[in-house]
Write a protein that binds this ligand. Structure first.
Ligand code: GLC
Length: 552
């Protein structure tokens, strides 16, 4: 792919960083993070090599689902700032070469949204048909279809005034929008168009598969997303749609569409993410290898988004019951660490008992599997969770900047914080940006070096994956090829050092360069790479014709 084509598909080589404005930095001193705080930290983010910011919802909201319950799609939650502050943030990010994508939460609104309030007042409301209603009592919702089984036992709730039931895949205060109604589809385009006009570079589309389920109107989900994509392309060709679609592989890839990037161009690789945890627990690369084998390559104009953690529970719903129980036993044995019977409400470092070797192994995988890495704020310093906070909020604690009060997030007394900070071993006293900046061996500085390397290694975002044979169950060896260059990656998930021989295939006239500067590595005869790996060790190499120039 030429340089200019690659730049058009900027998101294939982005390093995405997700943050919640509310918990990042409190600039005006009211205990709540704000847009000005994020703007103040754009240079920090640019410094670690983040090239795309994903902002979680910052719209007005009663905040009963942390902002994923919106009452106004065209405004900023006044607690977080103003539209003016948003534009300053956007402009600052762009000045530092950083893109910004925002959450598009359009499966549902808040029940406090003026549309739903009006719809509820009367069946004759012009907004009645913005939502999904039924006359008869609904059938029992199968347990597997309940997203929040702790709070809801049905996806339908009776509206006492009209005697009809409305659909809500999530909480009852989040009524689903009715996509069969063309007026709703128009509204969504207006919303996306508004933010594109302000300058955002795309959207993380929330809760995608739910948008078209149970509407009973035979709506084709793919037509819906193709329409949205086409609209966005008309407005801004290079804006990206990144979909949250937690489905098994074969259903998942359908959301890439059928043409070059004609639907959702990026999809989170949920199946591979879940298999990574099983592989980490077993110290055995085979589950990950199997998941990668089963996962189709993303089409040329599409991409997998790679992630290890996000703001939700670590969902393990695609593992079978025994596998999930295995991960629970190793990484979240206490029932208080588990959620909804399918996930863990923890961050990665405490799950790995703070083992830096293993953490770096996991993040080296994240950065080197073909796709675009997506980090969740605080991962770069190894933040933990606060299990004292209910539900999924345990991993949405204030960013830890210093070892001062509230980790430097806010000057208010801790009782006035929007959310308590982490306490103890992974809290700000032990884990913070300021301390790690001064330490060359810190996770933060490691991330900065690895992200630089990842960005210089565009093949990982563009190339084709081949799984290699390393002759060892604990070792994943893979290769990503783009043009004349192959990137070779070897990861030991095991807790024992090992000697492996990786079969590279055709290497005639090629040179091997160590990309992590662990040590020099000669290329063996017949395309064989012999390596000694430490426990949880990993290596990255570039294999290329001897006369080709590339990054030092
Ligand atoms: C997505 C979000 C989650 C939210 C839900 C409903 O799954 O990631 O946090 O609760 O959608 O909007």
């Amino acid at each position: 792919m030429t340089r200019s084509a690659a730049a058009d598909l900027w998101w294939k080589n982005a390093v995405v960083y997700c943050l919640d404005v509310e918990t990042y930095l409190d600039w005006d001193g009211d205990g709540i993070g704000d847009l000005r705080g994020v703007t103040e930290r754009i240079d920090y983010l640019a410094g670690i090599g983040v090239s795309c910011l994903w902002l979680m919802p910052f719209y007005p909201s009663p905040n009963r689902d942390d902002g994923y319950d919106i009452t106004d799609y065209y405004a900023v939650d006044p607690r977080l700032g103003t539209l003016g502050d948003f534009v300053v943030l956007l402009r600052t990010a762009k000045d530092r070469g950083m893109r910004v994508v925002i959450d598009l939460v359009i499966n549902h609104t808040s029940d406090q949204h003026p549309w739903f309030k009006s719809a509820r007042r009367s069946p004759r409301s012009p907004y009645r048909d913005y939502y999904v209603w039924r006359d008869e009592a609904p059938p029992t919702t199968p347990a597997a279809d309940l997203v929040f089984p702790d709070a809801e036992d049905s996806i339908w709730t009776k509206d006492e005034r009209s005697g009809q039931w409305y659909l809500h895949h999530f909480y009852r205060h989040q009524p689903d929008l009715n996509y069969a109604n063309p007026a709703v589809r128009d509204e969504i385009q207006r919303i996306a168009g508004f933010w594109l006009e302000l300058g955002v570079d795309g959207f993380r589309v929330d809760a995608v598969p739910f948008m078209v389920e149970d509407t009973d109107v035979g709506l084709d989900p793919h037509a819906l997303f193709k329409d949205l994509r086409a609209f966005i392309t008309r407005r801004r060709g290079d804006a990206v749609l990144l979909g949250e679609v937690n489905l098994p592989g074969k259903d998942l890839v359908r959301y890439f569409g059928d043409g070059p990037g004609d639907e959702l161009q990026m999809l989170f690789g949920f199946p591979v993410m879940q298999a990574t945890y099983l592989a980490l627990v077993r110290k055995d690369a085979r589950p990950l290898r199997a998941a990668l084998e089963a996962s189709p390559a993303a089409p040329r104009e599409c991409q997998w988004a790679r992630f290890l953690r996000n703001h939700d529970e670590l969902t393990l719903d695609q593992l079978d019951d025994d596998e999930r129980a295995e991960v629970f036993a190793a990484f979240g044995p206490d029932p208080g660490m588990q959620l909804f019977g399918r996930g863990l409400r923890r961050r990665l470092p405490p799950m790995l008992d703070g083992d830096q070797r293993r953490l770096r192994l996991a993040y080296s995988l994240l950065l080197s599997l073909p796709g675009t890495p997506v980090l969740y704020y605080g991962e770069e310093i190894g933040m933990g969770e606060n299990l004292e906070i209910d539900g999924r909020m345990s991993v949405r604690t204030p960013m830890q900047w210093t070892d001062q009060r509230n980790g430097g997030f806010s000057p208010v007394p801790p009782s006035r914080l929007v959310r308590p900070a982490v306490d103890g071993r992974f809290g700000p006293m032990a884990v913070n940006v300021a301390d790690q900046r001064g330490d060359q061996d810190s996770l933060l500085n490691w991330f900065e070096r690895m992200i630089r390397r990842r960005r210089e290694t565009a093949e990982l975002g563009m190339g084709q994956l081949t799984l290699l044979d390393a002759g060892h169950d604990a070792v994943l060896a893979h290769r990503v090829d783009e043009g004349p260059v192959g990137i070779v990656l070897v990861h030991n998930l095991g807790d024992e050092p090992c000697l492996v021989t990786v079969e590279l295939g055709e290497t005639e006239g090629c040179e091997l360069t160590d990309l992590l500067e662990v040590s020099g590595q000669p290329l063996g005869d017949g395309g064989r790479l012999e390596l000694k790996l430490e426990a949880y060790g990993f290596r990255w190499f570039r294999l290329q014709p001897a006369d080709l120039r590339s990054a030092p």
